[in-house]
Design a protein around this ligand. Structure first.
Ligand SMILES: O=C(O)CCC(=O)C(=O)O
Length: 288
């Protein structure tokens, strides 16, 4: 049995990250800050029309206007009612939209946005390629927590230093509606074991919550963050929606790894402690 905490006790609101006002402000000091802190927040990366286009694209996916697309995950609160809900009711009940770039041209185009790509190459130190696309939507009142985790616990790519997350605010992301929280510097401490509790996550008892820094962003603002950075988002108990896109990229020198190789990063007590499939499998039973 894994001990879990009330999510209210797992987040602090006393320290706020300083975001750059825009991509033009980025200099070598900020790049060094990214490597030291594990994240960099930049406002005004996307223009208002690009944000509007991305929101319309998500709305089209949710309303079933994009033929062939169906990878929507409802919030747990509405799961039992989902089949009988109208498209409009669903629009404010979706937890997760993912694997959409092959279906949606506007969201696909954003992945190669020149400003994003320029920042990514400067942070990673080489050309990057997309390895994951998804969006957690945090609907008003029922948007659930994404517990503290490292994205690297989910990814079959290595080395971690060449994997980077890009989290794009499409609505104002605030302390009230579940903006991103990060623990600066934790990416320098390496992989930490994850468990399957409320999600695949860092065990609540191991979250160093006193290091919490919140990252509020305006629409079009972007958080760039290391795949090893501890991060999470609390539930949205407010009346304000919080849509955000999340893309992940791997540097051109990064390679795909097997689950056995992943277990070399994520293991505890001779058991697998990552998020790629069931946790807790004895290492000697991993065979891929
Ligand atoms: O958008 C969120 O609420 C959190 C997303 C996130 O950290 C993740 O999916 O890895």
């Amino acid at each position: 049995m894994i001990a879990t905490c009330n999510p209210d006790d797992l987040y602090r609101y006393t320290r706020t990250a300083a975001a750059l006002l825009g991509p033009d402000a980025l200099n070598e000091t900020h790049i060094a800050d990214y490597h030291h802190d594990g994240f960099l927040a930049v406002e005004n990366v996307l223009a208002p029309d690009e944000v509007a286009g991305a929101k319309q694209a998500l709305d089209d996916l949710i309303h079933g206007r994009i033929p062939g697309y169906k990878d929507l995950q409802p919030e747990p609160e509405v799961k039992d009612r989902w089949a009988t809900m109208t498209a409009d009711e669903r629009a404010d009940s979706v937890r997760k939209v993912w694997q959409f770039v092959e279906h949606e041209a506007r969201l696909s185009a954003l992945t190669t946005h020149p400003v994003l790509q320029n920042i990514l190459q400067r942070l990673v130190g080489e050309e990057v390629r997309l390895i994951q696309d998804m969006a957690l939507l945090k609907p008003p009142f029922i948007g659930t927590e994404k517990p503290w985790h490292q994205d690297m616990a989910y990814f079959g790519w290595s080395p971690p230093e060449k994997i980077i997350g890009v989290w794009i605010a499409l609505d104002p992301a605030t302390a009230q509606n579940g903006c991103m929280h990060v623990l600066p510097g934790t990416h320098r401490e390496g992989p930490v074991p994850h468990v399957h509790a409320r999600d695949c996550q860092i065990p609540d008892a191991r979250v160093q919550v006193e290091r919490d820094v919140i990252v509020p962003l305006a629409p079009g603002g972007v958080l760039f963050f290391s795949a090893l950075l501890h991060h999470g988002t609390p539930p949205n108990k407010s009346s304000e929606r919080r849509w955000a896109l999340q893309y992940h990229y791997a540097g051109e020198s990064a390679m795909q790894i097997t689950r056995t190789e992943h277990a070399a990063l994520y293991q505890e007590d001779d058991r697998y402690a990552g998020c790629r499939g069931a946790g807790g499998t004895p290492l000697k039973e991993l065979n891929e």
